[in-house]
Design a protein around this ligand. Sequence first.
Ligand code: AMP
Ligand code: AMP
Length: 356
Amino acid sequence: MIAPELLRTAPMAKESDFYTIATLGSHSALQILKGAHDEGFKTLAIANRKTERLYRSFAFVDEVIGIESYDDFPSVVPQLEQRKVIMVPHGSFVAYLSLDEHKRMSIPYFGNKAVLDWEASRELQRQWLTRAGLLVPRQFKTAAEIDRPVIVKLYGAQGGKGYMFVRDAADFERRASELGRENYILQEYIIGVPLYIHYFYSPLSGKLEIMSMDRRYETNVDSLGRIPAAAQEGMDVSPSYVVVGNSPLSLRESMLAEAYRMGEDVVRVSQEICPPKGLFGAFCIETIITPDAQFYIMEISARIVAGTNLFIDGSPYSYLNYSEPMSTGRRIAREIKNALLSNSLDAVLDDSGVRN
Ligand code: AMP
Ligand code: AMP
């Protein structure tokens, strides 16, 4: 067999065959592995007992490693470190592995782990976004300052539940006892249309692409409008944001330039705060657009988001850049392939990982 190192210099060779793209079996794994397969890579899903059969049922999944639960993931890391595997992270990595586990994992990793600290802290995210010139909801330091509707976010709140909504300072005073002793943030509540913009930044070409967009369908907040406000009076319902699915959306074209600008500035600032590589690959800015066409930023996700699953076959936006179906998952694999072809794999991997 020809050494892969030699093949790297031969542009016509299918050296991607020598690498396996792996991910955890959940979230957007099907999209990532289909994309990897379409770009000529071998594919591997690490699945738990519940999902193993599902991943084995797809022809583009070459291999499945079954583990009891995702908590056991660290036990397969040593065997993966011995192989030519590149790990592509998605939302379940953040949900199921701690930040420390994430960083300890020394399998070659698509993305920059240094960004994780900035993403994990609401405060650091805010600094990052404001430095990039993006609008974030106003935060109130004390209850007395509240002069508009506010969402109260408990520090420990997870999974889209555990929020309190208050109208004004007096309303907060009346209900503050419900919060107990937990720490919380008082944030201006933005009323507008939620839009999640999926980007891809290529460290190889230095170019940003808008891949697709979605809006989430969240329960129960997206169904409150089905009960007239008058009928809601006195009912004990409070909004929660538990995601159940996503729907596609195309943005009014006159707003697209600002969407692109925001992505570029987020990447630019990331290169200052996490030098030199900054944020690269797939990421998502979660916005709410107000009637005066302002994008308020709720959050940034520094990896592929599940809303891209709508576009496994490409999106109207990705079609503008590629006249072939180009999902975000496939775009990731294309970047890894381009890196291999130009002998610059390091440019698309985290710096802390051990290389094969
Ligand atoms: P899961 O692997 O489905 O448990 O999801 C892992 C994380 O990704 C959770 O925090 C979910 O809230 C988030 N997530 C999963 N599916 C979606 C989706 N379709 N849209 C938005 N977020 C999602
Ligand atoms: P978070 O806990 O910040 O991830 O927020 C969960 C959900 O609440 C998001 O999907 C947003 O749609 C919504 N949300 C969070 N903060 C605000 C805000 N300041 N104004 C309006 N909606 C918000």
